[in-house]
Design a protein around this ligand. Sequence first.
Ligand SMILES: [Zn+2]
Ligand SMILES: [Zn+2]
Length: 255
Amino acid sequence: MFDCHIHTEFSSDSKMKLVSSYERARELNMGLIVTDHMDLKYPDEGKFQFDVDRYFEEYYRLRNDYLLIGIELGLRTDCINENRMLVQKYPFDYVIGSVHVVDGVDIFQEGFYENREKKISYGHYLNFMFDCVKNGEFFDSLGHIDYVTRYSRYDDTELYYDEFSDLIDEILKIVAEREKAVELNTRRLDNKIAAQNMLNILKRFKELGGQVVTIGSDAHDTNSIGRNFEAAKEIVSMSGLRTVYFKERKIQFIK
Ligand SMILES: [Zn+2]
Ligand SMILES: [Zn+2]
């Protein structure tokens, strides 16, 4: 297995050392792709951005078959070209495209949900994701489609496929047509409802022509590397998709 989503000290919100994360992954008999955060034009200037030259200087010499160099790019509609150019400029193995900020607001913030029904704020999030994905042919896997559930303030925060099937379908169709992956982010998979909802979304991805999924823990500390991977493997197998990772931007099947 490969854990395809982890954050080390180049991410504003992580202190993890690459070497210790790699050691942990090897203990678990896993490969690792480091995917530090790059959210260009983030509302707090400079936050969630890093020096990519230095990233490659420090990490590329450690790169091997089980330690690959990726990035988690914050998708937005107002820096499509900047994101595209960044991806072209460096020899990444893997690029995750993730929505963290919607119309300039980090959806971690309460303001995004205040005075809005869930149907409205989640619909807005998914609409924005659709615009980003449509213009984002430069990423390999669509990160945590259920991200909005992490920080929203509703009694029931879950993202149910049936409630937003039109929007989710439009997003998944584009990813499937491009023969890219959807990520199964394992952070919430100890929650049975969350796991069921991600299974429903992945099954639908398969029906729409999708073929591959990447699995990532989104770890910011060594203890979280590989978390809930057993549950993830089961979900992927039930979805009919195949688990892959990326190397030199090409799909690698897990044997
Ligand atoms: Zn993310
Ligand atoms: Zn992440």
